[in-house]
Design a protein around this ligand. Structure first.
Ligand code: GDP
Ligand code: K
Ligand code: MG
Length: 271
């Protein structure tokens, strides 16, 4: 039996989906050191456990909720990520999705709130989105349970591989620094070095602490400051965090321009 980790933004239907996929909670407690609730359920096919993680917009910790998510990725053993996305808020949701894809472990997407996006006249080309992200996507309505069975069946399949195809080009300056930092890490690490480097540059404090067990603090700091200095002089931006956010935003815009089809001209939702 292995563990599947449920990640998503707040209010995307995580609890609704959790309840459809599991019978009842097998275990409810708190994450170590924080008051954030930890829920673990047995999937209805009794083949795997599902772990409900706090709803977050980004892995970069702003609160103990985000701490839990990063610490989970760094320390826990799990077989797969299940990322739930609100189809009616695609652009915003994809920021977390990208950070999870960069983690480069097997992942599946549950595209939720399909009823809401349909009502708003938004059609999403799921096949194309799946192609662009390199993972399987299952359209669902977590409130009613529509599509949840197909999603459950796919969670057990052993076919999902590590994600290798997904890569945002952060530009030569940052890409070189990602490479430089990666080279300082032990080769036998089972966490993506690229993900660690990107999260560090983004300002993820938990990742920074993790890296300090391999790289002296002053050396880490030097790389960070040099990267920021180079980017600030050439790109006229305020911070490394902002730079990474902007790159992801551009990438998301490129994705959504290829997969969104508006069928009605009512409310503009994707602005
Ligand atoms: P969480 O905060 O991610 O755990 O999300 P919840 O499961 O609590 O859902 C947030 C709200 O969205 C609740 O009112 C749900 O009933 C509703 N909801 C969840 N999934 C769907 C869906 O597919 N369609 C619609 N229309 N509402 C949904
Ligand atoms: K909620
Ligand atoms: Mg919830």
């Amino acid at each position: 039996m292995s563990e599947i980790a449920l990640f998503g933004n707040p209010n995307t239907g995580k609890t609704s989906l959790f309840n459809h996929l599991t019978g009842s909670y097998e275990y409810v407690g708190n994450w170590t050191g924080v008051t954030v609730e930890k829920k673990v359920g047995l999937l209805r096919d009794k083949k795997n456990h599902l772990i409900d993680l706090p709803g977050i917009y980004s892995l970069k910790p702003l609160s103990s909720d985000e701490d839990v998510a990063t610490l989970f990725l760094l320390n826990e053993k799990f077989s797969k990520i299940l990322n739930i996305i609100d189809a009616s808020q695609l652009e915003r949701n994809l920021h977390l999705t990208i950070q999870l894809l960069e983690f480069a472990k097997p992942m599946i997407i549950g595209l939720n709130m399909i009823d809401v996006s349909n009502q708003r006249g938004i059609k999403i080309n799921e096949t194309k989105l799946s192609e662009l992200l390199g993972v399987s996507i299952f359209p669902i309505v977590a409130r009613s349970g529509k599509g949840c069975k197909e999603l459950l069946n796919s969670l057990d399949s052993n076919t999902s591989k590590n994600i290798e195809s997904f890569k945002i080009d952060y530009g030569s300056i940052l890409e070189n620094k990602i490479e430089e930092l990666s080279k300082l890490l032990p080769s036998n690490l089972n966490i993506s070095k690229r993900w660690l480097a990107i999260q560090y540059f983004e300002g993820n404090e938990q990742v920074k602490k993790y890296l300090q067990s391999f790289i002296p603090e002053n050396c880490l700091q030097e790389i960070y400051l040099d990267t920021e200095k180079q980017l600030i002089t050439t790109e006229a931006l305020s911070s490394l965090t902002k730079f990474i956010h902007n790159k992801r935003h551009q990438h998301i815009k490129k994705i959504t321009s290829q997969i969104l089809v508006k069928t009605k001209t009512t409310k503009p939702t994707f602005t």
